[in-house]
Design a protein around this ligand. Structure first.
Ligand SMILES: [Zn+2]
Length: 105
């Protein structure tokens, strides 16, 4: 099965809030994270591919969906689900697979 590359947006909106998506060079070195959903700053930070820390396009896509699901779930009437990393990662993997395998004609 051929997987579609999924473009990672620069910004998006959920409800009335704008969220910026930024790739940063040092997240993994400073915070030991490949991604962070910063609820109050309205930003998703993603570790960029840098020397000493290879990140495939698919890994970056997976991390983007993971952080997006954190934000989305935190805006629902079950925000505590955002603390459940297994649930968040399952939802992110399913969404990633759906978009990576989507056919448009
Ligand atoms: Zn997480």
């Amino acid at each position: 099965m051929k997987l579609n590359p999924i473009p990672i947006p620069k910004r998006l909106w959920m409800f009335a809030e704008q969220y910026d998506i930024v790739k940063v060079p040092d997240l993994v070195f400073k915070d030991n994270d490949n991604g962070q959903a910063r609820f109050r700053e309205n930003v998703i930070k993603l570790q960029d591919e840098v020397k000493g820390w290879p990140r495939s396009k698919e890994q970056q896509e997976q991390t983007f969906f993971h952080e997006l699901v954190h934000l989305a779930v935190s805006m629902t009437n079950k925000p505590k689900l955002s603390d459940d990393e297994v649930f968040i990662d399952s939802m992110a993997s399913l969404l990633h697979q759906a978009f990576a395998t989507a056919e448009y004609k």
